[in-house]
Write a protein that binds this ligand. Structure first.
Ligand code: PLP
Length: 377
């Protein structure tokens, strides 16, 4: 079976993990955690990075510190992995799901603008949803599949309504918009090092920010809000959302390889697009001129995608459908879904992600291309 996306641990991972075991620094503090934070901040072009237990916990703390409160509304694209939607609920808020663009599958910022202009009101320096009177406190642009949201439009719009931006950059580590790294635009950016991401720590995440005070606060909240190094005094409700040193050691080794991984992913993407271009109805995800994607997970629209999925499964190629849109999940079905044509539903029904591990050989990509061409022939 050619797997969809598996980790590639071919660098210094063993060496650094052994170092942790040899020195007993296996738990929630240690030099690799510090290194992982420093190297991530520098790679993503932000002042500070705070390591977390996973991307979901990073989003939780980022949204909490962005000021999301019980009863608020938070804007999210209807096509996303479920984690940011869950986090909004952890905080006692609800989502406003906005449909996505038909070609990039990112948050439709034109539609968002219309929603804010027609359905919301700006007063006392805040934005309120007219029908419910609820405050819209944050926007989470999810940079889906390594592609990026139209930030030229989104950032001024958010600013004009005084809505905080928390980027979900979990899939777009290494992608850039106007040559600036994903995760460096909002008040916070969040990363994930889950096993299927472009680099992995097994499980892990990162909060990125240029705000030094908020960075301190994020570290504090992710480490049980303990004030003193010795005394067990906690000045508020904290969380145990730390990344452990042994996993950070894997992360440091992975970061060393990240530029090579990105090059490989982009190469895979080119091979697929070229090799599949003559198939009727085939449409890969579009990136706009300002975006250079990390090509994290190659996904395209295919005719009869369900049958193609089964055919490839039978022929040793693992593929995956896109996420079920949030408005179709029970926890979010009664939230606002602002759309004109339910593009998200359409994208979901017709997309398939293809194998693109950073360790995949060109011959394996050629085999997948051959099988897909055979199916349509
Ligand atoms: C868009 C998106 N947001 C958030 C997450 C959550 O990250 P984690 O699995 O590390 O909690 C993921 C990946 O899993 C994701 O793809």
């Amino acid at each position: 079976m050619i797997p969809l996306s598996v980790p590639n641990l071919s660098g210094n991972e063993w060496k650094y993990v052994k170092d942790c075991l040899d020195t007993n620094w296996v738990s929630s503090v240690g030099s690799y955690v510090n290194q992982m934070e420093e190297v991530s901040a520098s790679f993503c072009g932000v002042a500070k990075a705070i390591a977390t237990s996973n991307g979901t916990s990073a989003l939780h703390i980022a949204l909490l510190l962005a000021g999301v409160e019980r009863g608020d509304l938070v804007i999210l694209p209807n096509i996303t992995f479920v984690a940011p939607a869950n986090v909004i609920k952890y905080l006692g808020a609800d989502t406003v799901l906005i449909d996505v663009y038909e070609d990039t599958w990112q948050l439709d910022v034109d539609l968002l603008k219309k929603f804010l202009e027609e359905e919301c009101i700006y007063q006392d320096n805040a934005c309120y949803h007219k029908a419910t009177g609820r405050k819209i406190s944050a926007i989470v642009p999810v940079h889906v599949l390594g592609n990026m949201v139209n930030l030229d439009m989104l950032l001024p719009l958010a600013e004009s309504y005084n809505i905080q931006v928390v980027e979900d950059a979990t899939e777009s580590l290494g992608s850039t918009y106007d040559n600036k790294p994903a995760g460096s635009f909002g008040l916070f950016g969040c990363l994930s090092y889950n096993g299927n991401k472009i680099i992995t720590t097994g499980g892990g995440g990162m909060i990125l920010t240029n705000n030094i005070e908020l960075a301190k606060k994020a570290k504090h909240l992710t480490t049980q809000a303990k004030v003193d190094g010795i005394e067990y005094y906690h000045d508020e409700i904290g969380y145990n959302y730390r990344m452990v040193n042994i996993l950070a050691a894997i992360g440091v080794a992975q970061m060393e390889q990240l530029p090579g991984f990105i090059t490989h992913k982009r190469n895979i993407s080119k091979l697929y697009t070229e090799g599949l271009k003559n198939i009727k109805g085939f449409k890969p995800q579009k990136t706009t001129d300002k975006v250079i994607s990390n090509s994290w997970l190659y996904t395209a629209v295919f005719e009869r995608s369900k049958q193609l999925f089964e055919y490839l499964e039978q022929h040793g190629v693992q593929t995956r459908p896109f996420w079920v849109p949030m408005n179709r999940l029970p926890a979010f079905a009664s939230d606002i879904y602002y759309n004109e044509n339910d593009v998200a539903g359409n994208v979901y029904s017709n997309c398939l992600s293809l194998p693109c591990s950073t360790g995949i050989a060109n011959e394996e990509v050629e085999k997948v291309i051959e099988k897909i061409n055979q199916f349509y022939a």
